[in-house]
Design a protein around this ligand. Structure first.
Ligand code: PXG
Length: 463
């Protein structure tokens, strides 16, 4: 076979892709007929595809390219580490400099008292580790019956059997099943589910479902609660202000472990190093991945508080991966964190990019199809609706209007995703005010075009 390169015609690449490549979360036969969009290059917040389009990436890849595409320092760090020590494991009483240095750096960045990291290759793997970590913790403490983990409907924690089971997405459970010993409470999604309640009252009510579930199961059976500070894949659901303080009160009262899944909210996304800091959450374990390396290498992990690390460390923990703390991934993650610190990227989010985007993002509510527009740090969503006052759904299958809007965004060289009928963004954290203006201009144009289509098709009607 000829070498496959960027210079091949798009149709040939698409045909090969369709013939051999199984895409995740995709109906592959249908995609094969349509042809995948093929990305060929990235620089900063910009992507180029095989047709030469210059696309502004409002999703930082898959919520991960925090420092932007194409920073040569990360490639240099990978090359240097491959030349020095391309691989060694961290089992059998050995260690290496990149894993040591990255774990120490994470202890410096993480909240007080969270000084230990167990490495994995991804967010899903890290959450699988968390299931074993919390159950093992209670075993060692002499309470092996404490095994149930409480999670939330429409939460996302990955797509391995463990991560998918922690997640509260029926479509994922339907494909391959769900582990026993994981239960779900409702999500703090006021827009869709809050009815006539105020957001604050609804947030409290949802948090109190945790207390009811603990009492229902018996606290002697409950190991932990897991939640994303802001649900990402579920549609950037920003919880009411009352939600996390009440969750924290309940976790503290019953002494169960709290896992904050920071895979998206970590590493500057919300304007602090971790979303837990933004929401005042005090977790025992934080799941990390994505922004840890800005997606330049696959790496994740669990940052663990001192007490849990001490208990787990008091005996052998029969768990780990060939690539736990992989030296090249760790070296690249370290270089990413060095750049984030030296270039003050978290401060840029907090003081420059967020304030600039917030005003323009929230102003989108003047659009006839936009009901609410919310943003924390650089993580935002808008709810599409045919009736803002009643927060009505469209008279079409959920996601129909969102999908049509996303198609217009694609046509206008903007990556803005849809989850159902919510549109979501999470651009690279290095986005400049000028680039934010481009993003907003393209978003408005796409919304206008989608609105016209939706009206013309008779879909701008409440269900
Ligand atoms: N936790 C959270 C909060 C995530 O967002 C994972 C765990 C799993 O990470 P890995 O590295 O195993 O993918 C994620 C991943 C989407 C989408 O459609 C989101 C994710 C992954 C794939 C698709 O928004 N988040």
């Amino acid at each position: 076979m000829n070498k496959i390169t960027n210079h091949m015609p798009t149709a040939e690449l698409q045909a090969l892709d369709a013939a051999h490549h199984m895409h995740p979360f995709t109906a592959n036969t249908a995609l094969g007929k349509k042809g995948a969009r093929i990305m060929t290059q990235g620089k900063g917040v910009w992507l180029t595809d095989s047709e030469g389009h210059r696309i502004i990436d409002g999703m930082a890849g898959l919520w991960c390219v925090n420092i932007g595409y194409g920073r040569p320092e990360l490639g240099d760090a990978a090359k240097a580490q491959m030349d020095q020590l391309s691989y060694y494991n961290t089992f059998f009483q050995t260690s290496h400099v990149p894993a040591i240095a990255l774990a120490a750096k994470l202890a410096e960045l993480a909240p007080e008292g969270m000084d230990h990291t167990f490495f994995a290759g991804s967010g899903s793997e890290a959450n699988d580790s968390n299931i074993r970590l919390v159950r093992r913790y209670w075993d060692v403490k002499g309470q092996p019956e404490k095994r149930v983990i409480i999670a939330r409907t429409n939460g996302y924690h990955g797509s391995t059997i463990g991560g998918g089971s922690l997640g509260g997405m029926a479509g994922i459970h339907a494909h391959g099943g769900k582990l026993a010993g994981i239960v779900h409470i409702g999500e703090p999604n006021w827009w869709e589910q809050g009815g006539d309640m105020t957001p604050e009252a609804f947030g409290l009510m949802r948090a109190q479902e945790l207390e009811a579930m603990i009492l229902n199961l018996g606290v002697e059976n409950v190991a932990a609660f897991i939640g994303e500070p802001i649900q990402g894949a579920g549609g950037v659901i920003i919880p009411p202000s009352t939600y996390w303080p009440e969750i924290q009160r309940i976790v503290d009262k019953y002494g169960i472990l709290l896992i904050a899944d920071e895979v998206i909210t970590g590493f500057g996304r919300t304007g602090n190093w971790f979303g837990s800091q933004t929401f005042g959450i005090k977790p025992h374990i934080m799941t990390i991945a994505k922004g840890l390396s800005s997606g330049y290498q696959p790496i994740g992990g669990s940052i663990v508080c001192d007490e849990v690390a001490e208990v787990i460390g008091s005996d052998e923990f029969n768990h780990g991966y060939t690539y736990s703390g992989h030296p090249v991934a760790a070296a690249v993650a370290l270089e990413n964190l060095r750049i984030m610190q030296e270039e003050k990227i978290v401060e840029h989010v907090r003081d420059v990019a967020h304030p600039h985007l917030k005003a323009k993002w929230e102003a989108l509510t003047d659009h006839p199809m936009v009901g609410e527009a919310k943003l924390v740090g650089l993580m935002g969503s808008i709810a599409l609706t045919p009736n803002k006052a009643t927060r009505a759904k469209f008279a079409a299958d959920a996601g129909t209007v969102g999908y049509k809007t996303r198609e217009r965004c694609f046509a206008n060289d903007l990556i803005m995703r849809h989850v159902g009928d919510r549109m979501i963004i999470a651009p690279p954290l290095v986005i400049t005010p000028d680039e934010i203006d481009v993003l907003i201009t393209r978003a408005r144009k796409s919304l206008d075009e989608a609105y016209k289509i939706v009206k013309d098709e008779g879909l701008f009607v409440a269900r």
